[in-house]
Ligand binder design. Sequence first.
Ligand SMILES: [Cu+2]
Length: 179
Amino acid sequence: MKLPAVLLWSALLTATSLGLTACKDEATANTSEVPAVQLVESDSANAAKTPSTGEAATAISVENARIRVTSEGQTVTGAFMVLKNDSDKPQSLVAAESEVAGVTELHESSMQDGVMKMQKIEKIAIPAHGSTELKPGGFHIMLINLKDDLAADSTQTITLKFADGSEKAVEAPVMDMMQ
Ligand SMILES: [Cu+2]
């Protein structure tokens, strides 16, 4: 009767160690997925933390935010929106950031000698109780060194930074725009 008991014991051990191995593998598999998941979580946590704490970020609302869709291999595109200032003070957009772009700049397009040109600007003013439109041919946020093609119907987050240091995260859908 001893032998079968030993066999049974070793069988149990084997089963246990197999079970452990399986668990380990599973754990390893999970671990390898964790960074990606954590990245997303920390991003949304940051987005939640960043938000409308400052005066400008609270005073300014954003309408009709959109990003122009890119064609394959295109590394630059524009983002547009209407910034509405609901306060008694003039406010200024001084910078923007997006994870999809290596560099993000504020730009203004204008017609010069019949040619549309654009230049980097330091800020975009939003008058007290007024609004400023970022649109093709005028003010825009330039997304430069895009890390990926921006497909229509996807949504990207753009963080707006105001002169008073407050920030506002904006969800902007990527769209096929006529002009
Ligand atoms: Cu531009």
